[in-house]
Ligand binder design. Structure first.
Ligand code: FMN
Length: 323
């Protein structure tokens, strides 16, 4: 069964930047580092984002935050996600040398985490449209393409993504991604597709639908029910990165083992060993979720203390598998 209409998967233009597909990979803290983004692009994702980078942390030249900005000229489109609540700081960071290599700045207006919300950042910006508009406006002065990722609303009984999408468009945003859950829902429950559809109908910039896509069928349903210009896969992209080739038809003959081995080598070229170990353990754990008979290796995976040990355990888990 064709789970998603081929016509629904198409190239997309965002603020003048051509994306070969409208299947996007979400920003995911702790995961969407340079190697993972390169993998998603290779498999057919049209656009991938860094995880959220705090504008304040950048301002203070925090080393860990700087590491989130690793990219190279090989990355097809370079999109960074910024988190911040101060229009002045966001504008300064958007124009700063830290973001010199990036083509797109995505502004996080969806993070539900209490300490972020209390600081007036992430989803709190949806409650303060004036400040949200000032941030978009300020970031646009960098000359880069500016996109926004928000939620369907704050509380589930009062969704307002359509109204908020208009605010973003009027302020100059080039695209908006709506995570169909409210802030109060955090990461669980059915996304409100009708609210994404309202947002799509309210603006003429591209609207991307996100939330709860855990299969190709879910992707098809999301596209059909929202009429969105594209979809954004998040957690499922970690579990099954092949979803991008499945949806876009981009041919990939690599196995999970090959993919993980390449991830490890690429990560080792760009990050220190501690980071590589942490990242590879997390991504391997996600990818082994649905693999039978692999539970026995989980502890060994987490206990690996060197890249050599990690290579061995990854081979034990994945090397015999045909996919
Ligand atoms: C571990 C984790 C990290 C996340 N990090 C970010 C982030 O850095 N920026 C962001 O905008 N959203 C972030 N999100 C939200 C996702 O991008 C996405 O909107 C959410 O997971 C819903 O999609 P899904 O149901 O398909 O997973 C994160 C979610 C998770 C589970």
């Amino acid at each position: 069964m064709q789970s998603i209409q081929v016509s629904a998967i198409r190239p997309l233009r965002v603020g003048g930047i051509y994306l070969p597909s409208n299947v996007l990979m979400a920003p995911l803290a702790g995961y969407t580092c340079y190697p993972f983004r390169m993998l998603a692009y290779e498999l057919g994702a049209g656009l991938c984002f860094t995880e959220m980078c705090s504008a304040n942390a950048l301002k203070y030249k925090d080393r860990a935050t700087n590491r989130l900005l690793v990219t190279t000229a090989d990355e097809p489109v370079r999109a960074v996600q910024l988190l911040g609540g101060s229009p002045a700081v966001m504008e300064r960071m958007a124009e700063s040398a830290f973001l010199r290599d990036f083509d797109i700045i995505d502004i996080n207006m969806g993070c539900p985490v209490p300490n972020v919300f209390k600081s007036g950042e992430g989803s709190a910006l949806m409650q303060d449209p004036k400040r949200a508009a000032a941030i978009i406006h300020g970031c646009k002065r960098s000359g880069k393409v500016v996109t926004v990722k928000c939620r369907a609303g704050i509380r589930e009984d009062a969704l307002f993504a359509a109204e908020f999408a208009r605010v973003c468009e009027d302020a100059g945003a080039d695209m908006i991604t709506v995570h169909g859950r409210s802030r109060s829902m955090m990461y669980d429950g059915e996304p409100h597709m009708e609210e994404i559809a309202h947002a799509k109908a309210a603006v003429s910039i591209p609207v991307i639908a996100n939330g709860g896509i855990f299969s190709a069928e879910d992707a098809g349903r999301m596209m059909e029910c929202t009429g969105a210009d594209g979809i954004m896969v998040a957690r499922y992209g970690l579990e099954n990165p092949f979803i991008f080739s499945e949806l876009t038809g981009k041919v990939c003959e690599k196995t999970a083992f090959q993919i993980l081995t390449e991830q490890l080598e690429l990560a080792a070229r760009h990050y220190d060993e501690t980071f590589v170990l942490g990242y590879m353990k997390k991504i391997s754990a996600y990818m082994m979720k649905k693999r039978r008979g692999t539970k026995q290796y989980k502890e060994r995976l987490y206990r690996s203390g060197s890249l050599a040990e990690l290579r061995e355990v990854i081979a034990l888990i994945f090397a015999d598998s045909p996919v």
